[in-house]
Design a protein around this ligand. Structure first.
Ligand code: ATP
Length: 365
């Protein structure tokens, strides 16, 4: 059927299945009510619990489901007491990122009315920016293979023309889409350390070459240390930022801190063909099985998925439902009466998700 999209669902570990179920239910409801698209979901078993049971963390069949899907929805994977024989953590989401060349880690940072934030936001200002973290190379290039001797340790930072060009093209396109949606002035900031490292001067040179192809967008640069300061002092000034893997890893946690924690922080890992959408938080084993996990970051990630599919396939209904789902979560947060414990409330996972469904139903009525 045209406009029918396959979604691979990695329910994962810990609270993963608890937040996946209501998310898939809401997506199914949206899809059932739309005449412009339909979604089909296929479960993809993987993760630490699966490894403990079967000896496989990412079975070939699940990888195949991911490869064949139009988009991948993933909750959280990994458990502290289940590890590979060499002691490393089980994180199939990182394997997926590498196998599917998902070079752009997209981390939106938004603070909406009613949302707790450690910052004092001046009247008339709003935090709504996106951090794009390169996710396949940079200082993570030699992850697990760094050289360590008795007197010295070395890791390699790698920046390639191929990945950087794809990354910057993606980032400028994202800034243009956001401007179209009224979510930013169309400005891209390259975050680097070009004053100290030749690799970052190269990164910046490639950024400038891409910027020259987008005369209607604004491009500028910032050093990563100054960016950390400005993210606290004036985060409302940013629109889209793009940076290297390790810098992005650190700055995205700073971004989650501005949002009042991980409970409202969605993310996407995007490549040319594939994309994984998952909340920034982990599997939260300390609260698993209690039905109290916050489903909002997962729902916001699902909203990003609808938006991405809508842009990729030029499907207005998917884009509209992506915005509706995001705005429904924001409306529940702004109202503040149905919140899970991490946001200071007493609601269960299902009650919080039902509050979002109720906003979507009311809106459609
Ligand atoms: P990882 O290394 O896998 O990213 P982590 O060790 O950083 O994970 P999380 O699993 O994200 O940690 O949990 C950190 C804390 O945040 C825990 O106390 C957990 O209960 C809480 N937490 C994380 N996600 C949620 C959620 N969706 N709802 C409520 N609390 C959460």
């Amino acid at each position: 059927m045209p406009n029918s999209y396959e979604i691979a669902v990695f329910a994962g570990d810990g609270i993963g299945p608890e937040i996946t179920d209501p998310t898939v239910k809401i997506l199914n409801d949206l899809s059932a009510k739309s005449s412009g698209y339909s979604l089909n979901f296929t479960a993809a078993p993987a993760g630490a619990a699966h490894y403990a049971e079967t000896g496989e963390s990412l079975p070939a069949a699940s990888m195949e489901t991911a490869r064949n899907a139009d988009a991948i929805l993933l909750s959280a994977m990994g458990l502290p007491d289940v590890r590979y024989a060499d002691g490393t953590e089980i994180s199939p989401q990182i394997d997926l990122r590498k196998a599917l060349t998902l070079f752009a880690g997209v981390r939106p940072v938004t603070v909406r009315p009613g949302q707790a934030t450690p910052l004092k936001i001046p009247a008339g200002k709003e935090i709504d920016f996106v951090l794009v973290r390169e996710s396949t190379e940079g200082l993570f290039y030699s992850q697990g293979t760094g050289e360590v001797s008795a007197d010295e340790a070395r890791e390699t930072l790698r920046i390639t023309r191929d990945i950087s060009e794809k990354l910057f093209r993606f980032t400028f396109d994202l800034a243009r889409q956001r401007r179209r949606q009224g979510r930013g002035p169309g400005r891209v900031t390259c975050v680097d350390k070009a004053n100290v490292f030749r690799a970052f001067a190269f990164f910046r040179e490639l950024f400038d070459a891409e910027a020259a192809k987008h005369p209607t967008l604004t491009a500028d640069h910032a050093y990563v240390d100054a960016t950390a300061l400005w993210m606290v002092q004036k985060p409302w000034d940013f629109d889209v930022m793009v940076t290297e893997n390790m810098f992005g890893d650190i700055l995205s946690d700073l971004g989650a801190g501005l949002m009042g924690g991980l409970g409202l922080a969605p993310s996407a890992d995007i490549g040319l063909e594939h994309a994984v959408f998952q909340p920034c938080h982990g599997s939260a084993p300390d609260i698993a099985g209690q039905g109290v996990a916050n489903p909002f970051a997962m729902l916001l990630s699902a909203a990003m998925m609808l938006d991405w599919l809508g842009v990729k396939h030029d499907n207005e209904d998917l884009r509209r439902d992506g915005s509706r789902l995001r705005e429904a979560v924001e409306a529940v947060v702004a109202k503040g009466t149905v919140l899970t414990q991490d946001l200071g409330g007493h609601a269960s996972t299902n009650e919080a998700a039902e509050a979002v469904s109720a906003v979507l139903v009311l809106e459609a009525a």
